[in-house]
Write a protein that binds this ligand. Structure first.
Ligand SMILES: CCCCC/C=C\C/C=C\CCCCCCCC(=O)SCCNC(=O)CCNC(=O)[C@H](O)C(C)(C)COP(=O)(O)OP(=O)(O)OC[C@H]1O[C@@H](n2cnc3c(N)ncnc32)[C@H](O)[C@@H]1OP(=O)(O)O
Ligand code: UBL
Length: 352
């Protein structure tokens, strides 16, 4: 008889410790081997557990040595072997979805991290495409196209009113309220052609996003150096006319989460007066029903965007800027309060 150990005669359990019988060592398999064929001496059975490997041993339902029992053990033993790393992964996959459902703060954290991460990733794709043209306002169309889907990912409905107020062929300055980086979604929904935003200089250093913004012609200003910021904006006034460009400014100068509008800075209004172009105010309704940085809340919801009628600046001078600034802010604030109530009333369940 050929033994798994390769010798003839009875298996020498005295010289070798007993091993778990494997499929390959079963007599019915070995019976098929040509007479005289011997396996290498002391070769480890290929289907048994490697020596020292830890894992769950499955009891043999067929009584220990049957073909079925050996086979099952080999399969189940391999499948049920769970390392520490796998346990960690399993716990992670269970705990993360539970936390996501139960903890609003965790959900907020995940959604914001994905928002920033996703935009940084999209920028990686956008950069080589935009680089073909170099720094060019036409690249903003590419960024817009690549960002438009994000509202669907986040279940944010954007309803736009006042499209007709954009029916102007010439240049203009857009001014809009600034609640959060989510404003990017409303902005991309309606961004007119050849329109570039004015952004704080820090954004230029935000990795791939900064480079994509630069390639799309975003105008960066240093808020810490007023004179520099003013001279960049004065330059922008000339560029608007010379290169047929529109400019988008957030006149609050920073994000404002308190459900109102901060006092407006005057840069955008000086810009419009210097270029003698109209101002188009844009108002985005409050996000409070679905988003709050303070309360760490971020659910699905609805935002209304209203494009208000243009305000002419022809004939105005720098002396008129303070009054112009105040009157535009009053108009925008009243639209904001009206729309924010309206958005909530129309969608009282908003923010599931
Ligand atoms: C697919 C992958 C995509 C990847 C990329 C993803 C996205 C890309 C797409 C788009 C991204 C864009 C999104 C950008 C959003 C960024 C938003 C921001 O960064 S907001 C912050 C920056 N913006 C602003 O600050 C604009 C508003 N600020 C102003 O207008 C300010 O006035 C200022 C010019 C910055 C100066 O501010 P400062 O506080 O220093 O001074 P004052 O406002 O008090 O002004 C002092 C004094 O100067 C007068 N003044 C101001 N401007 C002018 C001017 N142009 N000419 C002459 N005089 C000016 C002002 O009136 C004051 O004088 P006085 O008090 O006598 O009136
Ligand atoms: C290697 C560097 C990595 C940096 C990581 C940067 C993460 C940012 C990535 C993606 C953000 C995409 C959204 C960008 C557009 C929104 C810009 C914005 O909202 O800026 C805020 C600015 O208006 C006012 O700033 P403050 O409220 O004064 O503060």
């Amino acid at each position: 008889m050929v033994t798994p150990e390769g010798g003839k005669g009875a298996p020498s359990s005295a010289s070798h410790p007993p091993q778990a019988p494997s499929l390959c060592s079963h007599p019915s398999i070995l019976a098929g081997l040509p007479t005289g064929l011997s396996l290498p001496p002391r070769a480890p059975p290929p289907c048994s557990f490697p020596k020292g490997q830890r894992g769950l041993r499955v009891p043999d339902p067929a009584g220990g040595n049957g073909l079925l029992g050996g086979h099952l053990r080999a399969i189940l033993g391999g499948a049920m072997e769970i390392t520490v790393a796998q346990w960690v992964l399993i716990l992670f996959l269970i705990i993360v979805p539970l936390l996501y459902e139960w903890s609003a703060s965790f959900k907020y954290f995940c959604k914001m991290t994905f928002y920033n991460g996703w935009i940084l990733t999209l920028a990686v794709l956008a950069i080589p495409i935009c680089a073909v043209r170099g720094r060019n306002v036409e690249n903003m169309k590419i960024l817009r196209f690549m960002l438009l889907h994000i509202k669907y990912l986040y279940g944010i409905k954007i309803e736009v009113r006042g499209w007709e107020n954009f029916n102007i062929k010439e240049q203009y300055v857009v001014v809009s309220n600034h609640q959060s980086s989510l404003d990017l979604l409303g902005m991309m929904e309606i961004l007119p052609g050849r329109c570039v935003p004015i952004a704080k200089r820090e954004l230029m250093y935000a990795g791939t996003v900064g480079l994509a913004c630069w390639l799309a012609g975003v105008i960066f200003i240093n808020r810490k150096k007023t004179d520099d910021a003013i001279s960049v904006m004065s330059e922008a006034a000339q560029t608007m006319i010379k290169d047929d460009v529109r400019v988008w400014v957030f006149p609050e100068g920073t994000r404002n989460h308190d459900g109102s509008m901060l006092p407006f800075k005057r840069g955008a209004f000086h810009l419009a007066v210097q270029a003698q172009v109209p101002i188009i105010p844009i108002v985005m309704s409050s996000y409070r029903d679905f988003y709050s940085k303070k309360e760490k809340k971020f659910s699905t919801g609805k935002c209304m965007v209203r494009i208000l009628p243009r305000i002419e600046t022809r004939g105005l001078t720098a002396d008129d800027v303070p009054e112009l600034t105040e009157s535009v802010r009053r108009t925008m604030l009243s639209a904001f309060l009206e729309m924010s109530g309206e958005a909530r009333d129309k969608d009282p369940g908003g923010g599931q």
